[in-house]
Design a protein around this ligand. Structure first.
Ligand code: THU
Length: 126
């Protein structure tokens, strides 16, 4: 799966974002080890605390279908610039995406890649 294609799937997933509280929509698309793509969007809640990020929605969809190893994840948002994953999502990536890559698009439309390890160095793992 090409990075550009994965970014486009993340953009499609962003259309389903449920973000009435922040109005900040996020989409993600993650590729499993077997090549299956899982997409996700952020899902907010009136309690705020129950909100789920797009990245975790995508990864958890895969895990719930038996995929526990992902190679790369594309993330886009309405900020239309590099949208780095939050700390909680980075920790989940440390669990399911060891050695994986995070694919982002900057405001010029240029695709940038970051390793999970560079985004969360010295992660807590067991
Ligand atoms: N959000 C994500 O979905 N992913 C991130 O990496 C950062 C934040 C969501 C959570 C919330 O619904 C909205 O963006 C504003 O913080």
């Amino acid at each position: 799966m090409e990075n550009r294609e994965l970014i486009n799937l993340a953009k499609q997933a962003m259309e389903n974002a449920y973000a009435p509280y922040s109005s900040f929509k996020v989409g993600a698309a993650v590729v499993g080890k077997k090549g299956t793509v899982y997409t996700g969007c952020n899902i907010e809640n009136v309690s705020y605390g129950a909100t789920n990020c797009a990245e975790r929605t995508a990864m958890f969809k895969g895990v719930s279908e038996g995929e526990i190893e992902f190679k790369k994840i594309a993330i886009v948002s309405t900020a239309q610039d590099l949208t780095f994953p939050c700390g909680i999502c980075r920790q989940v990536m440390a669990e399911f995406m060891r050695g994986g890559m995070v694919i982002l698009e900057d405001k010029e439309g240029i695709i940038k890649e970051f390793s999970v390890e560079e985004l969360l160095p010295k992660a807590f793992v067991r």
